[in-house]
Design a protein around this ligand. Structure first.
Ligand code: NAD
Ligand code: ZN
Ligand code: ZN
Length: 384
């Protein structure tokens, strides 16, 4: 089958790989119909995630048609068209029982932090992902969800990560009626977090990024204010000024380890890898939230230390909430929002790229070319 193949930092290509097989009675094999490239894939692509092995297939946002099921799979049947949450979760462990599907203790055995994730290095369990013609889906009774009748697969594929992650970013922020919410990052996640902040009652939503085309997209898609930090002397002072010097009620970090905007952070976090990515957006979030405010983090960082103003976290009495999105927990509510037209996920898709051209897809998304917001890869069989 055709599959994306990681060859080393900034090098991916399309290759022939063996078909995945049922390895456990609870596995399913799906024929992929859509798979997206995510900002999280860029951390892998840039070589910033430990133990990303050459030969791995990325892709944690995909939909597919069930081709084969193991003997213990009861919730799916061959022919079902499913959306597959990016978290791989057993459904049985202490964490899954609390609906912390991003922290499953079995899918990434005994790991102390993240659970299993499709196509996300051996630090997230070493599973191959869905940027391929076929994928193996473990614990098939738990994650995969049949796409509701009439739902566009382009909407469904964004329910595997982008919509739940943006929604959970806003949910963890504990937004109260009328709150001013600042979102760092106008990628698909930041744009969706902005959209969802209104659902929690925000009074003002401001997105900050450096790509003008993304800021424009955010204004239209999320009906929010959007500003370019490269035009500010200091983003923290900008936020204070626009909130009567109180600071924002809530700040959301939807950037993570690849943040630009501070030379020291960029050099130590992205070039020399002395810390787990550049913590610039997180730094800005902590310093521009009000005293007693909430910082919600969905931007991904590596496991080692970061140079963040932790002293200010303590002195300001800030609540910081962070996690991988728990997709399965949020799906019933989000499917309803999509069906009622409250959220239009496919409106984020700007590029539909044949799977064979996956290397171009990574380059366009990574280098922010051609006004790209969200690329989706379409395998040959899904184009017929
Ligand atoms: N927690 C989760 O479950 C989860 C799920 C999906 C993605 N993520 C993470 O969310 C983050 C965003 O994902 P995405 O797909 O939107 O990525 P993306 O790369 O498309 O977008 C990131 C944006 O941040 C902007 N940016 C860079 N430095 C900035 C700064 N200092 N301040 C403000 N903006 C800055 C970039 O210009 C870019 O537009 C990534 O770190 C990704 O790994 C987390
Ligand atoms: Zn993703
Ligand atoms: Zn579990």
């Amino acid at each position: 089958m055709l599959a994306m193949n990681y060859r080393g930092p900034k090098r991916v290509r399309i290759d022939q790989k063996p078909m995945p097989e049922i390895e456990h009675p609870q596995d399913a094999i799906v024929r992929v119909t859509r798979s997206c490239i995510c900002g999280s894939d860029l951390h892998l692509y840039n070589g910033n995630v430990p133990d990303t092995r050459v030969g791995t297939t990325f892709g944690h946002e995909f939909t597919g048609v069930v081709e084969e099921i193991g003997s213990e799979v009861t919730k799916l049947k061959v022919g079902d068209h499913v959306l597959v949450p990016f978290n791989i979760a057993c459904g049985q462990c202490a964490f899954c029982k609390q609906e912390l599907y991003g922290n499953c203790h079995e899918a990434n055995s005994q790991a102390t932090a993240v659970g299993g994730i499709f196509g996300y290095s051996h630090t997230a369990g070493g599973y191959n992902g869905g940027q391929a013609e076929y994928a193996r889906v473990p614990y098939a009774n738990v994650g995969p969800t049949v796409i509701p009748q009439g739902m566009d697969p382009d909407d469904a594929v964004l329910l595997t990560d982008v919509v739940p992650t943006g929604y959970q970013a806003a949910e963890m922020a504990g937004i109260q009626k009328g709150d001013t919410v600042i979102i760092f990052g106008a990628g698909p996640i930041g744009i969706m977090a902005a959209k969802c902040s209104w659902l929690f009652g925000a009074g003002r939503v401001i997105v900050i990024d450096k790509e003008d085309y993304r800021l424009e997209f955010a204004r239209n898609y999320s009906q929010c204010e959007a500003y370019n930090f490269q035009e500010m002397d200091d983003p923290v002072v900008f936020v204070k000024k626009t909130t009567d010097w109180m600071g924002a009620d809530v700040c959301i970090d939807a950037v993570g380890a690849e943040a630009a905007g501070n030379a020291m952070q960029t050099i130590t976090g992205r070039k020399l890898l002395l810390q787990a990515g550049s913590a610039t957006a997180l730094h800005w979030a902590i310093n521009s939230v009000k005293k007693g405010g909430i910082v919600s983090i969905v931007g991904v960082y590596g496991p080692t230390d970061n140079l963040v103003p932790i002293g200010n976290v303590v002195n300001k009495g800030i609540t910081i909430r962070a996690n991988q999105a728990s997709v399965k927990r949020l799906l019933p509510r989000l499917i309803e929002h999509v069906q009622n037209g409250v959220i239009n996920p496919k409106g984020l898709i700007t590029h539909r790229i044949p799977l064979e051209e996956v290397a171009d897809g990574y380059r366009i998304f990574s280098d922010k070319l051609d006004n790209c917001i969200k690329p989706v890869l379409i395998p040959p069989s899904a184009r017929m």
